[in-house]
Write a protein that binds this ligand. Structure first.
Ligand SMILES: [Zn+2]
Length: 177
């Protein structure tokens, strides 16, 4: 079963031919897996959540912005507003299905890999790539203020094409969103 079986008509079928993923979805993530993932965190599997959950989780680990996901939903002929996409991403994040990665200013990516890890941010093409958590050792962290504990430490290594300027490494003390 795919997201496209939720709708019918020749238009949807011809559209489906242009979209590589529903028919070739990995067996590890059938639509029922998305449904049970939503239910496991107490979210009712509404049509909108199922559609966005399928787009998010059926392709392995990904970093997507709300705008990227909105475009994917449009291409899949899912009638969702950008506001709905934002709201659903926020709900998924609050439920622990996604982790937010803020890379520059208001630009936020939503990460389907919620395990502890860090990121390269390619400034030239605004993409995010995982760095395994075990590959970075953070030392010299300040002691947390009284009554507080460090919840997590996220490192974003910002990259730009070598042109004589140095890349900047930024350490973002993170609340785990
Ligand atoms: Zn990541």
């Amino acid at each position: 079963m795919s997201i496209l079986s939720l709708k019918d008509g020749a238009a949807a079928r011809s559209q489906a031919e242009q979209i590589p993923w529903p028919q070739k979805a990995p067996a590890a993530c059938p639509i029922s897996a998305v449904k049970s993932r939503l239910r496991s965190v107490g979210l009712r599997p509404t049509r909108q959540r199922m559609a966005l959950g399928w787009l998010l989780f059926a392709k392995g680990d990904r970093h997507v912005s709300a705008e990227m996901l909105y475009e994917e939903a449009l291409r899949a002929r899912e009638p969702l507003s950008l506001a709905t996409v934002y709201n659903t991403l926020r709900q998924f994040s609050e439920a622990g299905l996604l982790r937010q990665v803020s890379v520059s200013g208001p630009k936020t990516f939503f990460d389907t890999n919620v395990s502890e890890h860090h990121h390269f941010y390619h400034e030239d093409d605004e993409t995010v790539v995982d760095i395994p958590g075990s590959e970075i050792q953070v030392t010299g962290l300040p002691v947390a203020p009284e009554g507080m504990v460090v919840s997590s430490v996220e490192v974003i290594v910002r990259l730009r094409r070598a042109d004589g300027q140095e890349s900047v490494a930024k350490i973002a003390g993170g609340s785990r969103a």
